[in-house]
Design a protein around this ligand. Structure first.
Ligand code: PHE
Length: 497
C-alpha cells in the first residue's frame, strides 16, 4: 500500500482520536488544510484502502421561496383573503366581490382551496364559516412558520413536520436544499496500521531542467498523476461557439486561397433577386418569405442595370434564353428589403469586378420570415462563395466543397441534383453525419441570365450554405435555438472549436 502525503496527513490526524467520528471542520483544523477538496479526496482514497469509513447522511435545509418572501411582506394568500372576508358584510362575501377587490385570477383559484383548508366554504357563491377563532389560529400558525424562515435557512429536523408538508405542497413558498453530510471514522485497519506507513516522503511534483541538472533525481520519489481525477472546470470567458465556428470557417477558406467579401443587410429586391434571375412572380419574393422595409421603402438601382434585367427577364436579352416572358416591373426591383441570402454579395462582387478572376467567400446574416422552431430561425447565417474564372466548372465546384468540408472534419460529402432559378446545373450539398446524409446548402454554376448582365464572360461556381446547420453538426445539437439562448452554463460546456 502506498499512501500519498495528503492521505498520510489525514490518517495521522485521525489516529490522534481513534474512535472519533470526524466532521469536515474538525478534519480541516486537524490537518491544517484550507480546502475541503483535500479532505474529500484523501478520505476517498483512504476508504478505498479500507482504512477509513465514510458515513454519509442526507440533510435538508429549508428556506423561503419567491412566493414565501412575498408572503412575508404581504401576508399569506389565505391571510389576505380572510382579512378581506372579515371586512365585508355577509352578502358581499362572494367570488365576484373577490375579483372586484383586485384579487387576481391566479390567486383566486388556489385561494378558494386554501380557504377551504382552514374552514371557510362556499355556499351558493358566498363564503361562509363557523369557527372564527379556529380559522385565525390556523392562519397564525402558518404565518409563524413562514416568519421563522425570515432571512435564514433552517434544518428540516428543526421544523414542524406537518407545516413543512403543507408548505411543500404549495408553489414556490419554500425551497428545499438537499445536502449530503459526510463524516469520517477510522476502521480497525486504520487504527492498527503500522506507523512506518505514515512517514512523509518528499514527492517531486514538478520536473524542471534545473532539477534534472542536479544530483539526486535518480533516487527521488515522484508524485503520481491521476489523469482521470476530477478537476474544477474553469469558468473563464470564451468566444461564443458561433463566433469560434465563424473564425474556423474563415481560416479554412483563407487557407484554400479565397478572399473575404462583405455586404449590407439592407438591399434592393433588384440585387437580392432580379440579378439572380428569380422571376418577379416567384413565391419566395412575397411577404411570406421576405422582410420588405418601410424605411427605406425604395432603393436606387442604376437605370442601366434595370434595363438589362428587364430585358433578360422578359426575353432573355443576348443570353440565348427566352427569359421568363412576363412583364418586368422596375419599381418592384427598387423595393428595400433585408437580404434573404448572401448570394447578393457575390453577385454584386462580380458586377463590380467583371473582368477579374476571383475566388471569394463571405459569412453573413440573412433574414427570412420563418416561424421559429427546432430547425428554423428568422435570422440566420450563410456561408457563401464563388469561383469566377475562365475554367470554372462543376467538378471544380464539387471538389472545392469537398475540400472545405473535409477540412472542417466531415470528409463524406455528396451532391444531388437540385433546382435554383439562378444556377444550371444546380446541386444540393449533403454531408454524412451519424449515419445520416444532412442537407447543408445549395450550389451550382450561375446561369448566363445572371452573369451576362453583370458583364462577366466566364462561368461562376457558386454556393450558399447554412451556418447554423453546420454549427448544429459541429456542436452536436438537435435544436437550432440552443445556439442563441444566453445559457452560460450550457455555452460553457459546448466543445471548444
Ligand atoms: N442562395 C441559395 C440559398 O439561399 C443557395 C445557393 C447559393 C444556391 C449559390 C446556388 C448557388 O439557399
Amino acid at each position: 500500500m502506498t499512501l500519498g502525503n495528503n492521505e498520510k496527513n489525514m490518517l495521522r490526524a485521525m489516529r490522534t482520536k481513534q474512535n472519533h467520528v470526524w466532521l469536515l471542520d474538525e478534519l480541516l483544523e486537524a490537518t491544517q488544510w484550507k480546502d475541503q477538496v483535500h479532505v474529500a479526496g484523501s478520505g476517498m482514497a483512504l476508504s478505498e484502502e479500507g482504512l477509513v469509513e465514510i458515513i454519509e447522511k442526507n440533510d435538508e435545509n429549508i428556506s423561503l421561496g419567491n412566493e414565501g418572501k412575498k408572503a412575508l411582506k404581504n401576508g399569506l394568500l389565505e391571510f389576505r383573503l380572510w382579512s378581506w372576508i372579515c371586512q365585508q358584510s355577509e352578502s358581499n362575501r362572494t367570488m365576484k366581490g373577490l375579483f372586484d377587490a383586485g384579487f387576481e385570477r391566479y390567486e383566486v383559484g388556489p385561494g378558494v382551496g386554501l380557504l377551504k383548508s382552514i374552514g371557510v366554504s362556499i355556499e351558493k357563491g358566498t363564503f361562509v364559516f363557523e369557527n372564527k377563532e379556529d380559522i385565525e389560529s390556523k392562519i397564525s400558525e402558518r404565518t409563524s412558520f413562514i416568519n421563522q424562515l425570515l432571512d435564514k435557512k433552517m434544518n428540516l429536523n428543526d421544523l414542524d413536520k406537518e407545516m413543512f408538508t403543507h408548505f411543500k405542497g404549495r408553489k414556490n413558498l419554500i425551497n428545499i436544499e438537499e445536502n449530503v453530510i459526510r463524516e469520517w471514522k477510522l476502521t480497525q485497519l486504520g487504527i492498527d496500521l503500522d506507523d512506518s506507513y505514515l512517514e512523509e516522503v518528499e514527492l517531486v511534483g514538478e520536473i524542471t531542467p534545473e532539477f534534472l541538472q542536479n544530483e539526486g533525481w535518480e533516487n527521488a520519489q515522484y508524485k503520481e498523476f491521476d489523469i482521470n481525477a476530477d478537476t474544477p472546470i474553469p469558468m473563464g470567458g470564451r468566444p461564443h461557439p458561433m463566433q469560434s465556428l465563424i473564425e474556423r470557417i474563415r481560416s479554412v477558406f483563407l487557407e484554400m486561397g479565397f478572399s473575404e467579401i462583405e455586404g449590407d443587410y439592407v438591399q434592393s429586391a433588384g440585387w437580392n433577386m432580379d440579378a439572380l434571375y428569380i422571376p418577379q412572380s416567384h413565391p419566395a419574393r412575397t411577404m411570406q418569405d421576405t422582410f420588405y422595409l418601410e424605411e427605406p421603402e425604395k432603393i436606387d438601382v442604376s437605370e442601366d442595370m434595370l434595363d438589362l434585367w428587364a430585358s433578360v427577364h422578359e426575353n432573355g436579352h443576348d443570353t440565348g434564353s427566352l427569359g421568363w416572358g412576363a412583364k418586368f416591373d422596375k419599381e418592384e426591383s427598387k423595393k428595400g428589403l433585408l437580404r434573404t441570402h448572401t448570394t447578393v454579395n457575390t453577385v454584386k462582387h462580380i458586377s463590380e469586378n467583371p473582368k477579374e478572376p476571383c475566388r471569394v467567400f463571405g459569412i453573413g446574416r440573412v433574414f427570412r420570415q420563418e416561424t421559429i422552431d427546432r430547425t428554423h430561425l428568422p435570422e440566420f447565417h450563410q456561408i457563401e462563395g464563388i469561383i469566377h474564372e475562365p475554367n470554372a466548372s462543376l467538378p471544380m465546384l464539387i471538389s472545392t466543397l469537398k475540400t472545405f468540408y473535409t477540412k472542417m472534419g466531415y470528409p463524406d460529402v455528396r451532391v444531388r441534383p437540385a433546382y435554383f432559378p439562378y444556377t444550371e446545373p444546380s446541386v444540393e450539398v449533403e454531408v454524412y453525419w451519424r449515419g445520416k446524409w444532412l442537407e447543408l446548402g445549395g450550389a451550382g454554376i450561375f446561369r448566363p441570365e445572371v452573369t451576362e448582365p453583370l458583364g462577366s464572360e466566364w462561368p461562376v461556381c457558386a454556393w450558399g450554405m447554412g451556418l447554423e446547420r453546420l454549427a448544429m453538426l459541429v456542436l452536436g445539437l438537435d435544436d437550432i435555438r440552443e445556439l442563441y439562448q444566453p445559457d452560460l452554463e450550457r455555452l460553457s460546456r459546448m466543445p471548444i472549436l
